[in-house]
Each structure stands twice: as C-alpha cells, then as structure tokens.
Write a protein that binds this ligand. Structure first.
Ligand SMILES: Cc1ncc(CN)c(N)n1
Length: 223
C-alpha cells in the first residue's frame, strides 16, 4: 500500500513508467498558472467553455463504461453509477459557472484538440472494447484532473479566490477517494484481463495523457 491506502498495482507502475508524460499532463503550465495566480482569465474562460463541451461527450463515454460493467455483472456498478450521477451536477456547475463569467455556452465552437478527444472517447463505445480497457481509461481521465486541480489547492498556492471552486471540484478529498476507487477497479480488472487487453489499456493510458496535454495547450493557445 502507498500512503493513500492504494495498493501498488499495474496502474501505479504505468504512472512511473510514463512519469515524464504524466507530469506534463498534471503539472501543465495552464494549471500551474492557476496555482501561482498568474492565469490569464481569458484562457481560463476558454478552458471552461471547451470543457463544458467535453463533459457532454464524457457522459456518453461513462455511460458506455457502465454498460460494459453491467454486462459482466460486476460489483463495481455502484461506483460507476455514482460517476454517471455526479456528471449531472457537473453539467449544472458548468452552466452556473459560465453564467458567472458571462459565457454564452450555446455559441461556443469546439476547438480541434477537443474534437480529437471526443473521437477517442467515442471509440470506447464499441462493444469490442473490453471493460478492463474502458474502466482504466475512465480512471486516468479523472485522475489527471484530480492531480492537476489538487495541486492548485495544496499548501502554498496563490490560486485566485474566484477559481478556488473550480479547483475544489476536482481537487477535493472526496474526488480523490473516488479516483482511488476507480484505480482499484482498474487494477483488479487488469489483473484478470488477457495480455493484449492490458497492452491496449496501457496504450489508452498514454493516449489520454497526450490528449489531456493537448487540451491544456488548446485552452492556453486556441489551437
Ligand atoms: C479534458 C477533461 N479531462 C478530464 C475531466 C474530468 N472529468 C474533464 N472534465 N475534462
């Protein structure tokens, strides 16, 4: 077990093996600039608008993970169902936050890196993609946000007060526990999965890190 009570497993080994890329995704200049208080607010608003579109697609992805979970009569159902349910709150949160920042969500055009991420998420809805691969992908997507925003509220932060709510949303102890539950599910599923599925899951893990880096870059630069 590590200090957080998570058993060291396959996913922890991948974080170590791909440490550099993991760091690039979770300590990106975008989130680091939130933590050090130098964030340009137009950049933040771009991220918020694009992430709203992302979350709409993410809901379909998480629903597809739930469906795969149900088909194999897994005991993980309640945790994943909780994830689906919390996305309803998340959508409302985005709408409220957008109104606060004067963003008209209906007029936001989706940027390229977001579209690329949507395409990736959609590929998981295929029935051929097995549960272990899908749930591991789900875990790393959530974990990048947890680690990134968790850093923004760790000791020594200079996060602007108006951004603390955003950072709490994914950086809270509760969200961390949820990610740890997903990690345990991913590790257990991978331990029982065939070698080719474990390989696909590791490829998806790396791809998520690339896409998350692309998402932060897009938010910073409109690419
Ligand atoms: C791009 C992205 N990655 C992850 C999350 C966390 N669900 C998110 N909202 N947006």
């Amino acid at each position: 077990m590590d200090g957080d009570g998570v058993e060291a497993g396959t996913t922890a080994a991948w974080i170590e093996r791909h440490q550099q890329m993991y760091e690039r995704a979770t300590r990106h200049p975008f989130t680091v600039s939130i933590r050090d208080g130098t964030i340009d607010l137009s950049t933040f608003k771009r991220w918020l608008s694009q992430d709203y579109l992302f979350v709409r697609e993410f809901i379909a992805f998480v629903a597809s993970v739930l469906l795969k979970c149900c088909k194999q009569e897994s005991s993980d159902m309640e945790i994943i169902l909780g994830g689906v349910a919390s996305l309803s709150d998340e959508l409302s949160w985005f709408k409220n936050e957008a109104a606060k920042w004067g963003i008209d969500l209906a007029s936001v055009s989706q940027l390229k890196s977001n579209t690329e991420y949507h395409r990736f998420l959609r590929s998981f809805t295929e029935p051929e993609v097995i549960y272990a691969v899908a749930v591991t992908t789900f875990w790393i997507i959530e974990t990048v946000y947890q680690d990134s925003f968790g850093f923004c509220i760790e000791e020594g932060n200079k996060t602007p007060p108006e951004l603390l709510g955003t950072c709490q949303r994914w950086g809270s102890a509760e969200f961390k526990q949820y990610c740890q539950s997903l990690q345990r599910i991913a590790d257990r599923s991978l331990a029982n999965a065939p070698a080719d599925a474990v390989k696909s899951a590791e490829e998806a893990f790396v791809r998520v890190l690339e896409l998350e880096i692309g998402f932060w870059e897009m938010s910073s630069s409109q690419s």
